[in-house]
Ligand binder design. Structure first.
Ligand code: PLP
Length: 264
């Protein structure tokens, strides 16, 4: 007997080290019991110590991957991760508008923890003006929120202002991840919903080196839950629980910033 399963899409770069990027996305989606598909926009040669090299895919093959998926699958929600440069952002936006892949979660990946640039500076405009208006949810960390909103963030009030700015740019809902002010031992995430409601998620901060792929993982949980028809508030809470457990029950792989434990 066969079972119908929600189908989901990640549009991002690969991580040969398996801890971030498309690999982290698809592992997470599997754990959330959805069927994952992908559009590869860049290939990184990477391990837990850093990014050695990046090759951006040509427009032709990005377009063809979208076409192949649209021809055959019933995708209920999609996310973007590393988009590399402005040309890729244009291509992704063009394809997303052409097909019906459900709500879009935009994780505006810019710089890897090891310092490698995953989005060129000249792509910021395209993210602000073309991609953000399509976002059902955007999930920046603090540096990404600062860059996209133009607001320097030193307090929770400034987090709120940045979230409002991202809504003005067109994102329906905004999740700003991981504010920790006043050397607090807590981590705070702030959500501004479409209807103006707010949610603050306060959690423990774990002292660990093994947080490679955290952003990819939480956005993958959220998009999986949306594909299953869960409401956004519930999806975000599930994402947060998944991340906390994955960090708390860490695994040891590689010699640098290790990956999360996706089975936790
Ligand atoms: N490599 C790729 C391809 C990614 O998409 C991401 C996502 O943020 C990273 C690396 C960053 O990983 P890290 O969590 O170590 O910053």
């Amino acid at each position: 007997m066969s079972t119908r399963v929600a189908q989901v899409l990640t549009i991002a770069g690969t991580d040969s080290g398996g801890g971030a990027g498309i690999q982290a996305d698809m592992k997470t989606m599997q754990e959330r019991h959805v069927f994952s598909t992908c559009v590869v926009v860049a290939v990184t040669a990477q391990n837990t110590l850093g990014v050695l090299d990046v090759e951006v895919m040509p427009k032709r093959i990005i377009d063809k991957q979208f076409e192949a998926l649209a021809d055959d699958f019933d995708i209920k929600a999609a996310k973007t991760g590393m988009l590399a440069n402005a040309e890729v952002v244009h291509t992704v936006v063009e394809n997303y508008k052409k097909y019906n892949f459900g709500p879009l979660v935009v994780d505006p990946v810019m710089i890897a923890k090891g310092g490698a640039k995953l989005l060129s500076d000249n792509a910021i405009d395209a993210v602000q003006n073309e991609l953000i208006p399509l976002a059902y949810l955007i999930t920046p960390n603090l540096p990404e929120a600062e860059k996209l909103s133009g607001i320097t963030i030193n307090s929770i009030d400034e987090v709120k202002l940045a979230a409002q700015k991202l809504q003005e740019l067109g994102a329906k809902n905004v999740l700003i991840k991981g504010g920790h002010f006043d050397n607090s031992s807590e981590s705070r995430d702030y959500v501004l919903f479409e209807n103006g409601e707010e949610l603050e998620l306060v959690g423990q901060r774990f002292e660990t080196n093994n947080t490679h792929g955290t952003g990819d993982t939480i956005s993958s949980v959220i998009v999986s839950e949306l594909a299953k028809g869960r409401d956004l508030r519930k999806a975000i809470k599930t994402g947060k629980q998944f991340i906390n457990a994955s960090i708390e029950h860490g695994i040891e792989v590689g010699h640098g910033h290790g990956p999360l434990n996706h089975w936790a």
